[in-house]
Design a protein around this ligand. Structure first.
Ligand SMILES: [Zn+2]
Length: 259
């Protein structure tokens, strides 16, 4: 039997899964994906993720507001997120972080919410799922600030696309690095070189479903079963047996998310 994988980042509350989530979960199980973390992006999405995790034994949930959704959040949204933090099968806070690619949320407001998520996670002894798009220096600045005050944070840089220096800085602060389908793309050799340098005990895999399907499914709706392609790519990049890579990334996910 091949080793079990964990998809550490999927958006199963997305409307693209509304009609066939049970079939999606069956395909994941058949592909050897034993657990999936469904990641919240808004207050309503947090509630849906918590409900999905209560319904499906393979699922765990996060609660949080993704930086691009902060500006549109209602005045009660943050309190709604906070109220969900102690619910069953909530294994992390996020996704949070910073995004300079889109301009939906003013940057100071993104920083405010990133800091709130970090504080909420610390208070409840949960890890943090961090989104970083074209804002590596800013994310590192906030993480360093947090690190200097409180010490190492339990966190993952999700769908990592930064350079080796950013990865090294994150690793030095105790973070995990997670790769999604982008690492499989033909033009992503620089990212594969970064992935090669990540120690086996800090590496995670994810799909970021329904987005960014890995090769050979690029352009299709992504789903958790496809994490096998990303894991296979990482195994080849790291020159490891696929079962060794699967075993380590799964153990790393358990070490980070505590389930
Ligand atoms: Zn995401």
């Amino acid at each position: 039997m091949s080793a079990v994988l964990i998809d550490t980042h999927a958006h199963l509350d997305d409307e693209q899964f509304r009609d066939d989530l049970p079939a999606v979960l069956q395909r994941a199980a058949a592909a050897g994906v034993g657990s999936i973390i469904t990641i919240a992006t808004t207050a309503p999405s947090s509630a849906v993720c918590v409900a999905l995790a209560a319904q499906h034994t393979a699922l765990y949930a996060t609660i949080g507001i993704q930086p691009n959704h902060v500006a549109e959040a209602s005045s009660t949204a943050w309190d709604e997120v906070v109220a969900l933090v102690t619910r069953q099968r909530v294994v992390a806070v996020g996704e949070t972080g910073l995004d300079r690619h889109w301009h939906y949320t003013p940057f100071p407001q993104q920083e405010d919410y990133f800091a709130r998520h970090l504080a909420l996670a610390r208070k409840h002894n949960l890890p943090v799922v961090i989104h970083c798009r074209e804002a590596e220096a800013d994310v590192l600045r906030l993480l360093r600030d947090d690190y200097e005050r409180h010490g190492p944070v339990r966190a993952v840089m999700h769908s990592f696309t930064g350079d080796a220096a950013t990865a090294e800085a994150c690793l030095a602060m105790g973070l995990y690095i997670s790769f999604a389908g982008m690492v499989t793309y033909k033009n992503a050799q620089a990212l594969r070189d970064v992935a090669k340098s990540i120690p086996l005990d800090r590496l995670l895999v994810e799909t970021d479903s329904p987005y960014l399907a890995p090769v050979p499914l690029r352009g299709k709706r992504n789903e958790p079963a496809n994490v096998v392609h990303t894991a296979a790519c990482l195994a080849s990049v790291q020159e490891r047996e696929p079962t060794i890579l699967a075993g380590h990334t799964t153990q790393n996910a358990r070490n980070l998310f505590w389930f």
